[in-house]
Design a protein around this ligand. Structure first.
Ligand SMILES: [Zn+2]
Length: 299
């Protein structure tokens, strides 16, 4: 199936809009009544633009939360600047993400990745980010109230150890983290399981048992309609298995990490994904994902 993720949705008592400054550094403003939360905060180099977009979209609503699905630089960096502008905003993330986001060595990697991404997207590197203090550590089953909606926290490790998704039962809306992957083309969802294959598959299977009418895909936007959401989750599961089999088969044939990476790149790093992810980030991720899969299946 071909998926057209929409960047914006306006419904009864809720609106969702991508206010990210650049594709790949997406940030979704969720408004419910007079309250708002930002899901993800994007890169640091374009944070000034994100803040501008955010301010103009808030239109008087009060920004209560920045919800971070995980600690990667392309999702979390902007949170530092948001907190500096709106001191009362609560940054919410998992306990593990909270640890990473104040760790000097991790922040150094995030600054380097931001600088490299700025070059890739043709932006000035801007002011470097600082540590991000997580005000509200959340875990499985916790509820964040927002203007009459209940955002239920789901732990969804697989892309990272710290991954969280949020489900809004009133709207049957799932705000998914990247453990589901990213849409790469018709019927193809690029896997993003960096720390665990089986745990990622378990997360996707869990989604099949949920009542989902709208699915917010990381970096891409909303998929609307029960059947479309289910089909997408099915494609994500099939794509996950396809890549796992590709890696294990190549490994059995004695192919090197570089050769497997090339094969992986040809199959999954499509034109649409290249718009979201700099090649440097793809290779860095592949360098983690491939050995992880081999290790997981050799034990
Ligand atoms: Zn990520």
């Amino acid at each position: 199936m071909t998926y057209d993720a929409v960047p914006e949705y306006r419904g009864d008592g809720i609106s969702v809009k991508n206010v990210g400054a650049v594709g790949g550094g997406d940030a979704f403003l969720i408004k419910a009544g007079s309250k708002a939360a930002l899901l993800e905060a994007g890169f640091s180099f374009c944070a000034v633009k994100l803040l501008e977009n955010l301010e103009s979209e808030l239109q008087g609503a009060s920004l209560e939360y920045v919800l971070l699905t995980h600690s990667h630089y392309d999702h979390a960096s902007g949170a530092y600047f948001i907190k500096r502008k709106w001191g009362d905003v609560k940054t919410a993330a998992s306990a593990y993400a909270a640890k990473i986001l104040t760790k000097p060595s991790a922040l150094e990697v995030m600054r380097e990745m931001n600088e490299s991404a700025a070059g890739h997207f043709g932006w000035d590197k801007g002011e470097p980010m600082g540590a991000i203090d997580v005000d509200k550590q959340v875990a499985e089953g916790d509820i964040i109230s927002l203007g009459g909606l209940t955002l239920t926290v789901m732990e969804a490790p697989g892309h990272t150890k710290c991954c969280l998704s949020f489900y809004i039962p009133e709207k049957k809306l799932l705000l998914s983290c990247e453990t589901i992957g990213c849409i790469a083309g018709p019927g193809l969802v690029a896997p993003a399981y960096l720390v665990g294959y089986q745990m990622s598959v378990d997360y996707m299977k869990r989604l099949l048992d949920m009542d989902i009418e709208m699915l917010l895909m990381p970096h891409q936007g909303l998929i609307i309609g029960h059947e479309k959401c289910r089909a997408l989750i099915g494609d994500a599961l099939r794509s996950a298995e396809l890549l796992k089999d590709l890696i294990l088969e190549d490994h059995r044939r004695g192919r090197t990490l570089d050769e497997i990476t090339k094969h992986y790149e040809e199959a999954f790093f499509t034109e649409s994904l290249r718009k979201l992810q700099p090649p440097k980030a793809f290779y860095l991720n592949a360098g983690n994902l491939i050995p992880m899969v081999i290790k997981e299946f050799e034990k």
